[in-house]
Design a protein around this ligand. Structure first.
Ligand code: FES
Ligand SMILES: [Fe+2]
Length: 424
């Protein structure tokens, strides 16, 4: 369990909060490139860490991000016109380029005034089908952290955004909780469950396909430069061989989940305290079909997901679409798809779960470590210590699902994860 004060400390991310201050030390995904599909396409309202912004792509394809409200008298720039190298406010026609430079002020014909003023434009980068931004203190802007998926052919990568109406930590904890995979995702992890017979799932794309039927994996954890990583060790039919799944936690909300052929990089970006944008980048050595991934996540069902708005739409109004009939026949949860199951569970905990009432067991150790590392980051920053991994090169971060012989150290599986002590 977590004390109510610590729960609030971890979950509240607004501008004046301690966790909000930690989060503002990092670059964040703010939308997908596909949401700004063409030069001069429609601008997008973006909510990040409890604040509102506008993002747009100019005539030359460059992306800009400002505070949402126009610096003149506060009309929303998300209603504006994107044209001829900038975004123009509808109210009095002030026009800005992607750097925030004031190009035109039709109701105030004064070039000197325009030269003096600048809209609050934030640093942005477009990488791997995502737009990333930094909204923290100007004098603290870190180097942009690169991941391995940024250096691959675009056909070997797919990017999906899902907006889920609950606090980010519920989704992070679900992602760092390996022991739920063989239960919540029973249909995909243990396809023979109905006949009480384990048959491994042969789908090389599915991250919920488990190699073994062991429902209580042994966990070992280690702090790293970027946060921590842990291994879930599961028994196999061979006495000297265990299945090892290594999953990292990248402060403040990142993880990588392995599937046999691909890696799922997941970022649970807080829009505010009760809304999260989940970005999933699937990447590997072979082409990835976004449609195939959408299907295995269960997001091809229109009851659950709107591909235009990226919104996860299921609610209690229809019990998240759960089918009691399917539960009797073929689906262990009555839901279909990995993300549908994960998101429905996170939403079922409420918009912001009160962890003071829970009862943790040893298989929740990775969840406990997430909290400890984030609380340490909050306390550290309040004492002037920068949080872990800010500005770090993250190209060595990944996940794996492998067979481990007796005596073989699991840490060797991920040589790119440097333990914290080696970094000191
Ligand atoms: S409020 Fe934007 S131009 Fe006046
Ligand atoms: Fe899951």
């Amino acid at each position: 369990m977590l004390k109510t004060e610590d729960n609030a400390l971890l979950c509240h991310v607004g501008p004046e909060t301690p966790m909000g201050a930690v989060m503002r030390r990092y670059w964040h995904p703010v939308c997908t490139s596909a949401q700004l599909p063409t030069p001069d396409s429609d601008p997008l309202r973006v909510r990040l860490l409890g604040e509102d912004f506008v993002v747009f792509r100019d005539t030359e394809g460059r992306v800009g991000m400002f505070d949402e409200l126009c610096m003149h008298r506060g009309a929303s720039l998300a209603l504006g016109r994107v044209e001829e190298g900038g975004i123009r406010c509808l109210y009095h026609g002030w026009k800005f380029d992607v750097t925030g430079a004031l190009l035109e002020t039709p109701n105030h014909d004064d070039a000197k005034y325009r030269a003096r003023m600048k809209a609050p434009a934030y640093p942005v980068r477009e990488e791997a089908g995502l737009v990333w931004a930094y909204v923290g203190p100007r004098d603290r802007e870190p180097a942009f952290s690169r991941y391995a998926f940024m250096d691959t052919k675009s056909e070997n990568r797919a990017v999906i955004r899902i907006n889920i109406n609950c606090n980010y930590l519920q989704l992070v904890e679900g992602g760092e909780d390996t022991s739920h995979v063989g239960v919540l995702h029973t249909n995909m992890a243990r396809p023979g469950w109905k006949d009480k017979e384990f048959q491994p799932n042969k789908d090389v794309v599915n991250p919920a396909a488990l190699a073994t039927n062991d429902l209580h994996p042994e966990l070992e954890l280690e702090d790293t430069e970027f946060g921590f990583h842990y291994v879930a060790l599961r028994k196999t039919d061979e006495p000297d061989v265990r299945n090892a799944r290594v999953v990292p936690f990248v402060v403040p909300y990142g993880r990588v989940i392995p599937s046999p052929a691909f890696s799922f990089f997941v970022f649970e970006v807080p829009d505010d305290d009760t809304h999260t944008s989940t970005y999933i980048v699937i990447y590997g050595d072979a082409p990835v079909e976004a449609d195939r991934v959408i299907e295995l996540l269960g997001l091809d069902d229109k009851r659950y997901y709107n591909r235009e708005t990226c919104l996860f739409t299921a609610t209690w109004a229809d019990s998240f679409g759960q089918s009691r009939k399917l539960m009797k026949d073929s689906s262990w949860t009555g839901l279909v798809g990995v993300e549908v199951e994960d998101a429905a569970i996170a939403l079922s905990q409420g918009a912001l779960y009160d962890r003071s009432k829970e009862h943790l067991v040893p298989s929740d150790r990775a969840v406990m470590r997430v909290r400890r590392i984030l609380l340490d980051a909050v306390k550290g920053l309040s004492n002037g210590v920068e949080p872990p991994g800010v500005g770090m090169d993250l190209t060595g971060v990944g996940a794996c699902d492998a067979s481990l012989r007796a005596g073989q150290p699991w840490r060797e599986l991920m040589p790119g994860h440097r333990p914290l002590k080696a970094a000191a």
